[in-house]
Design a protein around this ligand. Structure first.
Ligand code: HEM
Length: 473
């Protein structure tokens, strides 16, 4: 729909020796004072609207059709918004709320106020870092199954690694959330429906810019209804199975049910349970799949980093398959994932709506204004990261970034509750697969980052798979 309105995006990429500047949108050079043009560009891709000066530490505002948009790009002010004045800025943007409400209802990702507080502690407990080791065997087994499938394809097999990683992480999160009760066909149906849901949702809520503070509901087209009906149907079936005592004991949904039985005041009915399960499922696989896909792209070009990763896996694990217990020793693998999350944060824009008037830096924020923290910009700000557009995982071996300058999992009370789960999963999957395969992006393939709900390579990432020789592995 309205595809004629989309604009081309100029992409830059440079590889010279060990200097690798991976693909990113060039600085925006449209004329100032043309908000409609900017909005059309943003509709195509939110990452292609930033000018060179936006990649500096500052807070500034723009107006689009009279609506105030405040862009916060300095650690001090990021802290102010997400932590110090969290209560005034905890509310997600109308775009985000409207885009996801049909699918997730009052699920944690888009709720605020009392509902958010109550559900947050619930979800925190369920995906808490102390529980992550319990999900290790699921991560290991599922990734091993992929190793076996890839091995059967032969040297040079062509796959779309974004689809492969989405399949892998969806399987891991669905086994973790639902137990083994979901089954392959239903897992695929849920993943496909999520993908089509994303593609059917527009990236801008025009109603908000036309003066509706709450934005306008998305148009529930027959295809959108079909996607949602399919997802809800499958998840409801799983919840009902668990309620009837047929579920897997250690799954996340079983924990939700137990919490409800212990604390009936939570009032988690079937719909609320489904909303939280769908939220964890959605938030828990898409982001990790994008991270792993970007990591394969980066390793495919930066052979010197790939070598360091292989050497580390050999040193830590020898010939046996990496396990969750190896993760703390896999420092290069962790650094690669952390640098990937810096360059390609799967959630590149954190969008909030101010509840009341406030002051951020020198900017007077109006009630209902859109406040944007853009990890994509922050992570590429020269005063915070040396050579900010370069791929240099070593920076994470040497030390930690300054507080609130590196926020791929957000920060403050709304920080991602799945941080440890996602980080551990990404490191472990990378180590298990890199031990056995080299992944190569064809030389003539132009990689283009595209930001919709998450940041993915446009059209996925075609690659060839190469089993590593016995001697090498
Ligand atoms: C590399 C992997 C991941 C990344 C980069 C990531 C990133 C994020 C970010 C940036 C947010 C905040 C969004 C915002 O404030 O607008 C978020 C929220 C959330 N994430 Fe993650 N995430 C990852 C993995 C996971 C996993 C594995 C789970 C569950 C097992 C999960 C569950 C959630 C939930 C439930 C929220 C909503 C929290 C709230 O609003 O209070 N995430 N994630």
């Amino acid at each position: 729909m309205l595809s004629w309105l989309t604009r081309p995006v100029a992409i830059k990429e440079k590889l010279a020796g060990r200097n690798f500047i991976p693909a990113h949108a060039d600085f925006y050079s449209g004329k100032n004072g043309r908000p409609i043009e900017l909005m059309l560009q943003a509709r195509t891709d939110f990452l292609s609207i930033w000018r060179k000066r936006d990649y500096t530490e500052r807070v500034h505002e723009i107006r689009v059709l009279g609506r105030q948009i405040v862009i916060v790009n300095s650690p001090e002010h990021v802290r102010y918004v997400v932590a110090k004045r969290h209560e005034n800025f905890e509310r997600k943007s109308p775009q985000m709320r409207r885009a996801l409400e049909y699918l997730l209802g009052d699920g944690l990702f888009i709720s605020d106020g009392e509902t958010w507080k109550q559900r947050r502690s619930l979800v925190n407990d369920i995906v808490h870092k102390n529980r992550v080791p319990a999900f290790g065997p699921v991560m290991e087994r599922t990734t091993q199954e992929l190793v076996e499938r890839w091995s059967s394809l032969g040297d040079g097999a062509e796959v779309n690694v974004l689809a492969e990683m989405a399949g892998l992480t969806a399987e891991i999160i669905s086994r973790s959330v639902f137990g083994n009760t979901l089954g392959r066909d239903s897992a695929d149906a849920v993943t496909d429906s999520f993908t089509s849901y994303q593609s059917l949702i527009d990236s801008i809520n025009i109603g908000y810019f036309l003066g509706f503070n709450e934005g306008l509901p998305v148009w529930r087209t027959p295809s959108l209804r079909r996607s949602v009906k399919r997802i809800h149907g499958i998840i409801d079936g799983v919840v009902e199975d668990h309620l009837a005592g047929r579920g897997d004991h250690d799954s996340m949904i079983q924990l939700l049910l137990r919490r409800q039985q212990k604390n009936p005041e939570l009032k988690l009915d079937l719909v609320a349970l489904r909303n939280e399960a769908a939220t964890i499922f959605m938030a828990g696989h898409e982001t990790t799949a994008a991270t792993l896909t970007w990591a394969w792209y980066l390793l495919s070009k930066a052979h010197w980093v790939e070598k360091a990763v292989h050497a580390e896996i050999a040193k830590v694990c020898g010939k046996r398959t990496p396990t969750i217990d190896d993760v703390p020793q896999l420092e290069w693998c962790r650094a690669v994932i952390e640098e990937t999350l810096r360059l390609y944060p799967p959630v590149p824009i954190l969008a909030r709506q101010a509840k009341e008037a406030d002051v951020v830096g020198d900017i007077k924020v109006e009630p209902a204004a859109l406040v944007l923290i853009v990890p994509w910009l922050l992570h590429r700000t020269g005063s915070l990261f040396e050579k900010p557009h370069h791929f240099r995982p070593e920076r994470f071996l040497k030390g930690r970034p300054a507080p609130y300058s590196y926020i791929p999992f957000a920060a403050g009370p709304r920080v991602c509750p799945g941080l440890q789960f996602g980080l551990t999963e990404a490191i472990l999957c990378l180590a298990i697969l890199a031990q056995k395969f080299k992944v190569r992006v064809p030389e003539d393939h132009a990689v283009e980052p595209q930001c919709r709900l998450t940041l993915r390579p446009k059209g996925g990432l075609p690659v060839t798979l190469h089993p590593r020789g016995r001697k090498e592995a």
